[in-house]
Design a protein around this ligand. Structure first.
Ligand code: FES
Length: 79
């Protein structure tokens, strides 16, 4: 399987709501980053479903190289 597409080389800062379910794009093809729009169909990638632990701003990965998805871990700095 090929590497995911780099949607952008910086994370997106976004307010998430405690307990709410989100679907993070893993393939990089989604047109509504950082979330899934089902563009992964046929790519071999599947999105990551997660819930925010608290209501606050999060930094979600858009380069798709993070080792701690869906959160930015700074891996984009090596691109
Ligand atoms: S945007 Fe992917 S690790 Fe920061």
């Amino acid at each position: 399987m090929a590497d995911p597409i780099v949607a952008q080389k910086e994370p997106i800062e976004i307010e998430l709501a405690e307990g709410k379910r989100y679907v993070w794009c893993r393939c990089g093809r989604s047109g509504r980053q950082p979330f899934c729009d089902r563009s992964h169909l046929g790519s071999g990638f599947t999105p990551i479903v997660f819930r925010a632990k608290r209501s606050r701003r999060y930094s979600l990965c858009c380069c798709k190289r993070t080792k701690n998805p869906p959160y930015c871990d700074g891996s984009h700095e090596a691109l």
